[in-house]
Each structure stands twice: as structure tokens, then as C-alpha cells.
Design a protein around this ligand. Sequence first.
Ligand SMILES: Cc1cc2nc3c(=O)[nH]c(=O)nc-3n(C[C@H](O)[C@H](O)[C@H](O)COP(=O)(O)OP(=O)(O)OC[C@H]3O[C@@H](n4cnc5c(N)ncnc54)[C@H](O)[C@@H]3O)c2cc1C
Length: 472
Amino acid sequence: MDPVVATLTRRLPPGAVLTDPADTAPFCVDWRDRENGAVRCVVLPGTTAEVAAVVRECAERGVNLFLQGGNTGLCYGAVPSDDGAGVVLALRRMNKVRRVDRLDSSLIAEAGAPLVAVHGAAKEVGRQFPLYLGSEGSAQVGGLVSTNAGGTGVLRYGSMRSLVLGLEVVLPDGRVWNGLSTLRKDNTGYDLKQLFIGAEGTLGVVTAAALRLFPLTRSSAHAWVATDTPGQVLELLGHCQDAFDTAIQAFELLSRSEVEITLANVPGNRIPFAAAPPWSVLIELGDADPEAPLAARLERVLERRLEAGTIADAVVAQSESQAMSFWRLRHTLSEANKRHGMSHTHDVSVPVSRVPEFLGEADIMLARDFPEAVPVVVAHFGDGNVHYIAMFTREDWARRADPAVDIERLQTSVHDIAARLGGSFSAEHGIGRKLVGELQRLTPPPELDLLKRLKRAIDPAGRFNPGIMFPA
Ligand SMILES: Cc1cc2nc3c(=O)[nH]c(=O)nc-3n(C[C@H](O)[C@H](O)[C@H](O)COP(=O)(O)OP(=O)(O)OC[C@H]3O[C@@H](n4cnc5c(N)ncnc54)[C@H](O)[C@@H]3O)c2cc1C
């Protein structure tokens, strides 16, 4: 037996080391089934002490570790290298919610707890953890922290960076940093937890996180608005901000193509119009006050926009189930895109006011350079975060002489447009293996130098997630 596997098997409880290829295969491929790796074994530690033991053992033997949560990441950051020399450390057995405190408005969960479990535990004490995304059944606390996940609630509550109060982390030498504080204010030097948030497993294994909770949303209003242009969407956002300020919980944009794909590929999805409009905006307002008259106020604002002719149509949900059907469509679109064809997704952000300009320029580029692709757009519009998707048919993609060259050309063009408008080439999905070259290409040298120096300072042997974020 491989000596590394033998030692890990001795150190961990029965069943915590997987070697059978049938068992390890799901850990070696990404959610979209596009990137494959290989491993000596997969380890499933159940406690922080077991994680530390695995890390120490691998450090001593010079074995690389690939960290994995729910494996829903969209940049191949949880996929091991293809040389088969590393070990996947998956956190799924560390899935307890250790503590929930209503008055402190905080919750401590282990890294392997799925997001839905955190939502449930917070709700039991009359609080919410306001991170909402389509992968919430599978994505885990450690992965959400490590990718600084966003989703539809960022406009009001911020991304994981704003929602984490403290972390427990196993460092590359096997020591445990217990930073599981729930303090709101603590100015004692560098804010170390921020280093590990969004680090994509390159600096340490997150084993638990203290998270901020918020009052439950006790009244809400949901609207589906049809518009003709992204410029009208921007204008509508301004009016909603004037009227509702922080009550806006989500302001999402979908192109006609995206709505049509989602209707065609996910049974049961419905829209409140006879046909998909050119641009759809999904708005959610929320308030802790159960009496807040949000639906009536939203109707008034939208009526005024209809009278002014700056929106084409609007439906305010008349029931909880209608509201849920709006959001069901929104949260099943990644699954629909995966089924529909060969989608190439870009996750850029630009200043909110420049989203229409970005969309205009990207469409011109796509029609010129990739006329066979359909532009598909889903945007967290209120955050200036656009998922600009070039959708190809599988047949067309299979015919390409050199798909890797085409992907690079497409990606470079989309990212350059965002950069010209003062934007970022990765808004919420991170770098993973997918954007390693883009991080090198588009990051200003002093910033890239600092990133590399931090990595070397904390993980000098480069044992954690090699090939992810930085070249291996
Ligand atoms: C249908 C769908 C919808 C999505 N919607 C959104 C969205 O709206 N917004 C958004 O931001 N993302 C979205 N995502 C992407 C994805 O869900 C997030 O990136 C999520 O945070 C990944 O969590 P995970 O547990 O699956 O992590 P994984 O995919 O397992 O890992 C992601 C990265 O984190 C590292 N990592 C995982 N666990 C740990 C740990 N304990 N310690 C250190 N490093 C670790 C991995 O090595 C990897 O680099 C979506 C994905 C899908 C499939």
C-alpha cells in the first residue's frame, strides 16, 4: 500500500480514507464536468484535530493537499491536479452547527455544513443568514468563505467578507489558529481572517466560521419587470434606491435568451408574461417589520415608471407561491445553462453605472468574433456583477480545431472590455485553475507581488492547492 495512504488510514477513523476509484471519482471532477484530476486518496476528517493530523502528515511527507467543500465552485478550484500525487481533503464530515446565539446575532458552523443547514439553524432562533445562491443545498461554509461567495443578497448584506466574524483555520504546518471570535469590533492588528476569506484554500484549511446573523425578513415584495434596454434597467435601479434604500434585497437582470433557456430546460419554470421580454428585472424588497407596506409602495413606484414609459411591463407577486416561482427560475438557471449547450461564463464586475456600456460592447465583440454564439446574460445588476455567457451548441463546439485557443480569445476579449471600464475579471467566483493566467496578466505588478509574497510567507512549501490561483 502507498505509505502515505497507509499512515492516513491508521490516523483516521474507519471509512475516512477513500482509495477506490469509484469512490474518489466524484472528488476529481468539477460541477460542470469539464476539468478532471486524480488522487492517491480522499480523506474525510471529522474534527479539527483530524484535519491538523492530516496536514502535518502530508507536510512531513511532502504531499500536496487539495481542499474541497461542496465542489460547486465554478473556476475548477476544488479539482486536484492530474498527476495523481496529491490528496483531496474534503470537509463534508465536519458539518455541525456548533452554536447559535440570537442576541449576539451570530452562529458558529463547521466548514462542511451546507449553506441550507446554516439557513435552517439561524431561522430556528428567529434570525437569518443572508447569503442566497443557487448552490445552497451543496455549497459548504468552508467553500463559501474560501471563495468569498456572493449571490443575490450582496446588494443589501455584502458578500462573505462582510458576513464572517471569525475563523478557525489549520495552517500549512498543522497548527490551529483559533480566531473564532464573534466580536463586532476588534482593532488588534491585522485582520487575519480577511486573508483566508477568498484565499481559495491556498493559505489554510478553514475548519469553522463564526457568521453574522440578521433579523428575519418578515415582510417582502417581489416584482418581475420587463424592460427594453439595460439603460432603462439602470434608471429603474436609481428610482428604487431613492424609494427603498436598504430595503432592496435583490435586483437581478436576465436577458431574453437566459429566460428562454431556463424555461426550456427546467420543467415547472414559469414567467408572468406571455413571452420573455428583452430584459427582465427581478426585484426583492424586505423589511423586519411585518406590517411594512412594501408591495403597495413597489406597485406605486412601478406604475410611475410605466406612465413615464421607461419600463415595458411589471408584475408584483400577489402570493408567496408566485414570488417563489420568480426566484425558482432565477436559482435554476445555472442548471439550465449546463443542460442547454456549451456555455462559456464570464464573471465580471464594472461600476454599476457602466453595466449598459459593458453589455453593449460585449455584444458587439461577440457578434463580430464569435457570430455562432448566443449572448446570454444574468447579472447581479445592483452590484455591477455581470455573468456574460457565450452559449454555443455542443455540435458547434465539438467541430472546433482548437477550443482552448478560442476560449482564451473569448475570455481575453470579455475581460479586456471590463478592465477598460474600470472593472474586474472575477467578481464573485474567484480564480481557481480557470483564471490563473488572467490573474498574472491583469493584476498590477505591485499587487501581484504582494499576493505571491503572502502565499510564500504562509505556505512556503506551496503544499496547499498548488496550481490554484497561482501557477503550480
Ligand atoms: C448552481 C450554482 C449557482 C451558483 N451561484 C453562485 C452565486 O450566485 N454566487 C457565487 O458567489 N457563487 C455561486 N456559485 C459558485 C459556488 O457555489 C460558490 O463558489 C461556493 O462558494 C463554493 O462552495 P463549495 O463548498 O462548493 O466549495 P468548493 O467548490 O468545494 O471549493 C471552492 C474553493 O474553496 C476551496 N475550499 C473549499 N473548502 C475549503 C476549506 N474548508 N478551507 C479552505 N479552502 C476551501 C477549494 O479548494 C476551492 O478552491 C454557484 C454554483 C452553482 C453550481
